[in-house]
Design a protein around this ligand. Structure first.
Ligand code: ASP
Length: 296
């Protein structure tokens, strides 16, 4: 049964209009691929490209800047037959998810990082692109000002308290196609003002995403916390005997115990949807049995 779910990050209530429009456009585009008989992989990639192109997401165009004012992005894909590919800390590209797919399909590796990932993209003929927008630059300047005032932060205690205002607009998608195959994607520029070279959970299989015959899960939120708990794998393992919703709720209870700001979306083997988070909002849209639902 064709099913798809996407999210635009677990975080604050900022920019809800833009983020809602982005998840709805994305889920509709992904579902159109499934309706034409396309694969879960193509649907999840198409949905993610739309989210990366939205200026309201922290992925692709309009991504958050690191401490040195550069954009370093992470993206990943995994299918339920355990194939996977990711890029980490990649710069100057519009759609990191496309390169992640090529890592999976065209190389013997699972993750390419930094300059190596950029060189690989160049070999593929992917054009250079500066993802910085006026809005992302403005946010960077605003938060940098706070850093300079020397306050602490929830995610990075040595940085200022910008995180209250920070929207974790990372994106993720999970699709199930007419053959019952599942694909999961993630894409992000990570946490704004992160140290250069920092890799979050987004391209880490088992943490930021996981898929196997039981189902697929995509995570968003505080990457370091999500990695410590291997949160996506916890939820997928639970789907062997529980529904998608029961499984993400279980994993989110675990995250809450450890005070981790995060969210999860899921599709289980029977095409059932799950979503849960520990924060103010996680704009999420899904289409199941032909009906679109939007949730925060
Ligand atoms: N999980 C991402 C990271 O830590 C951030 C996010 O989901 O917003 O890089």
């Amino acid at each position: 049964m064709e099913t798809i779910i996407v999210h635009c990050g677990a975080g604050t209530l900022r920019d809800m209009g833009g983020r809602k429009a982005a998840v709805i456009d994305s889920v509709e585009a992904g579902y159109a691929v499934l309706e034409r008989g396309g694969s879960a992989l193509d649907a999840a990639i198409q949905a993610t490209i739309i989210l990366e192109d939205s200026p309201y997401s922290n992925a692709g165009r309009g991504s958050g800047l690191n401490l040195e004012g550069e954009v370093e992005m992470d993206a990943s894909i995994m299918t339920d037959d355990l194939r996977c590919g990711a890029v980490a800390c990649i710069k100057n590209i519009r759609n990191p998810i496309i390169v992640a797919r090529y890592v999976m399909e065209e190389t013997d590796h699972v993750i390419l990082a930094g300059k190596g990932a950029q060189r690989f993209a160049k070999i593929l003929g992917i054009k250079r692109y500066n993802p910085i927008t006026a809005r992302s630059k403005e946010l960077y300047n605003k938060f940098l000002k706070k850093v300079k005032q020397g306050k602490g932060t929830q995610y990075f205690p040595h940085l200022p308290d910008y995180i209250k205002h920070y929207n974790a607009d990372t994106v993720g998608a999970i699709a199930m196609d007419c053959k019952g195959r599942i694909a999961v994607t993630n894409s992000t520029a990570g946490i704004m003002l992160k140290l250069p070279g920092r890799v979050g959970d987004t391209p880490v299989f088992g943490a930021g995403l996981f898929a196997d015959r039981a189902g697929g899960v995509s995570a968003t939120g505080h990457g370091e916390g999500i990695i410590r708990l291997c949160l996506s794998k916890v939820a997928v393992d639970s789907m062997k005997t529980n529904t998608a919703q029961q499984s993400v709720s279980y994993a989110i209870r675990k995250a809450k115990k450890h005070k981790i700001r995060c969210g999860l979306i899921a599709i289980d083997r029977r095409g059932r949807i799950g979503s849960a988070h520990t924060v103010d909002a996680m704009p999420t849209a899904y289409i199941t049995k032909g009906t679109l639902t939007y949730k925060e």
